[in-house]
Design a protein around this ligand. Sequence first.
Ligand code: SAM
Length: 326
Amino acid sequence: MPLIDPFGRTIEYVRLSVTDRCDLRCFYCLPKGFKDFEEPAEWLTFHEIERVIKVFAELGVNRIRITGGEPLVRKNLPELAQRLSQLPGITDLSLSTNAVQLKRYARALKQANVTRLNVSLDSLDPERFKTITNGGKLDKVMDGLMAARAAGFSPIKINTVLMQGINEDEAEDLVAFCIEHGFTLRFIETMPMGETGREAAKHYVDLQKIRQRLAEKYELIPGVMPGGGPARYVQVAGTELRIGFITPLSQHFCETCNRVRLAADGTLYLCLGQSDKVELRPLLREGISDEQLKQVISGGIALKPARHEFNEKPRQIVRFMSMTGG
Ligand code: SAM
C-alpha cells in the first residue's frame, strides 16, 4: 500500500538527517555558541537508518535526500549512502551539503551512487561568507564545488537563502557564477524556524520581487527541472542556467508536498513547519517488527498536516532547521 495522507498526497520522498551537528554556524540557522546537540547514542545507527528506509521503500518511497546538520560531519557517510542506494525501490539518492568537506568526499559519494548534490552557498564574497556562517571559509566551499563537478555530479544545485541587507544584492553575481560553472541556482525565502530563523525573518525578501528584478536584466523563459521539488523554475534564455525560486512564505506549495523528514534521533516529522511527529527510535530499540513499523509509519502519515503556518503563526516552531533536517 502506498503512503497517502488525509489530503490525498502520496508520500514518496524522505529527507533523512544523519546528524544535527554542523561545521558552520549560519546566523539564521544555528545560534552562535550552540552546544546542545544530540549525543551520538541518540542518533539512529546506520543499521537502524537502513532498516527504516527499507520499510519506507516497501511503502512506496523512492527518493531519499541525505541532509543534516551537515551530513559530511557524520563519520563514514559514503558507506551509509552506498547501503541506502542498494535498497530495492530507492531510485534517487541525493545529498544536501555546505561543501566545506566536499573536496575530500566528492569521489566517494559519487562511487556510493549519490546521484544529485545540493550545495548551500549564501555569498561569493569571502568576508561576507565568513560573517554569515560565523567563521566559514569560502575557498573550501569552492574547492568542494569544483571537486564535485570533476567527480561527475550533474546537476549541482546551489541553494541561496536570500536576505535583505545581507546578500540580496548578490543575486545577479550568483546568476553569473552559475552560468560560468554550469550549476543550477535556487533562491530560498527565510523561514521562521526557531529563534535564529525568526531573527533572519527580519531580513525576509519576497522572491517574486527578485524574479522581477532579474527579468529586467535577463530574458527568463519558463523552465522545468527534474526532481519534483517545490522550486518554480525559469531558464535564462541563451544559457543552460535554470533558476528556481523556493517560496514557502510568499507562495506556499504545501498542496503538492510529497515528503516527510526523519531527524537524526529517529523522530519522524510530518511537516517542516508543524510539530506533528512520531518517535521511531524507542520502537526500533524495543524490537518492533517490520510489519509493526509499517503500521506506525502509516499511522504517522495520517497525522500529516495540510500545511505549515509560517505566515500565520511565525512563533510556532521552536526547533532550528538543523534539528529537523533542512
Ligand atoms: N548542511 C547542509 C546544507 O548546508 O545544505 C544541509 C542542512 S541545512 C540546515 C539545509 C538548508 O537549510 C540550507 O540551505 C540552509 O541555508 C537552509 N536553512 C537553514 N535555516 C533556514 C531558515 N531559517 N530559513 C530558510 N532556510 C534555512
